[in-house]
Design a protein around this ligand. Structure first.
Ligand SMILES: Nc1ncnc2c1ncn2[C@@H]1O[C@H](COP(=O)(O)OP(=O)(O)OP(=O)(O)O)[C@@H](O)[C@H]1O
Ligand SMILES: O=C(O)[C@H](O)[C@@H](O)[C@H](O)[C@H](O)CO
Length: 207
């Protein structure tokens, strides 16, 4: 039978896993892949600020998309730089990480966000790419109500898309063909893996 002694009943100070970096988590993929629900889930699970990339588009971009006109590279540059600046600002305000949604369809768009870590060695950028077929996203966008982006725009998103390649080592791909709960679980596993590899174990200082 275990018996607690006076000495063993005093809890020893425990070691702690402390992240070495601050993290920008970008949830990416074409319209309708589920960026919003994954981002909200991760932000609430890890208590991080959440930036909805679409809400930073200038009105001219929203009007184009609402009128079924795909954005060009020129339409996106300033928006991408603004998203990067907003993410960096969230970290500068003291957050240990920030979750950002951004379609980031092309490699050069992802490169714009990557600059955040070139400018600050304490910052790591990670892309969680929500992978789906065009057919599935057509169905999901078709079923969505009250959004300016209609299913007629899904094809143009895939035309522009440059799916991340294996040499983009900061990208983790998540298959979103499952239901909400299973997609959220896959995204959670990805974040947990990165956080585990970034952690150092800090032993408590002895009094
Ligand atoms: N795993 C899922 N299973 C079923 N439906 C889903 C799933 N994920 C998202 N949806 C639905 O698909 C639609 C598109 O999802 P959502 O708006 O989150 O995508 P998004 O990537 O944020 O899109 P956008 O870039 O256009 O803002 C929504 O109606 C959402 O409820
Ligand atoms: O780069 C783009 O073409 C845009 O960011 C789009 O992806 C939309 O903002 C989004 O899909 C809204 O539905």
């Amino acid at each position: 039978m275990a018996s607690a002694t006076a000495a063993s009943s005093i809890a020893a100070p425990s070691s702690a896993a402390v992240p070495q970096h601050r993290h920008i988590w970008i949830i990416t993929g074409p319209a309708g892949c589920g960026k919003t629900s994954v981002a909200e889930y991760l932000a609430s699970t890890f208590t991080l600020p959440y930036l909805e990339g679409d809400s930073f588009h200038p009105q001219a971009n929203i009007e184009k998309m609402a009128n079924n006109i795909p954005l060009t590279d020129a339409d996106r540059w300033d928006w991408l730089i603004l998203l990067r600046d907003q993410a960096v600002a969230a970290l500068s305000s003291g957050a240990s990480g920030v979750v950002l949604t951004c379609s980031a369809l092309k490699r050069k768009y992802r490169d714009v966000i990557r600059v955040a870590s070139y400018n600050d060695n304490n910052v790591l950028v990670h892309f969680i790419y929500l992978s789906a077929t065009q057919e599935l996203l057509l169905q999901r966008v078709h079923g969505r109500v009250g959004h300016y982006m209609k299913d007629s725009m899904v094809k143009s998103q895939f035309d522009a898309l440059e799916p991340p390649t294996v040499d983009e080592r900061d990208v983790m791909s998540v298959d979103v063909s499952g239901d909400f709960a299973s997609v959220q679980q896959l995204a959670l596993e990805v974040v947990n893996q990165v956080m585990a590899s970034d952690a150092v174990i800090v032993q408590p200082t002895q009094a």
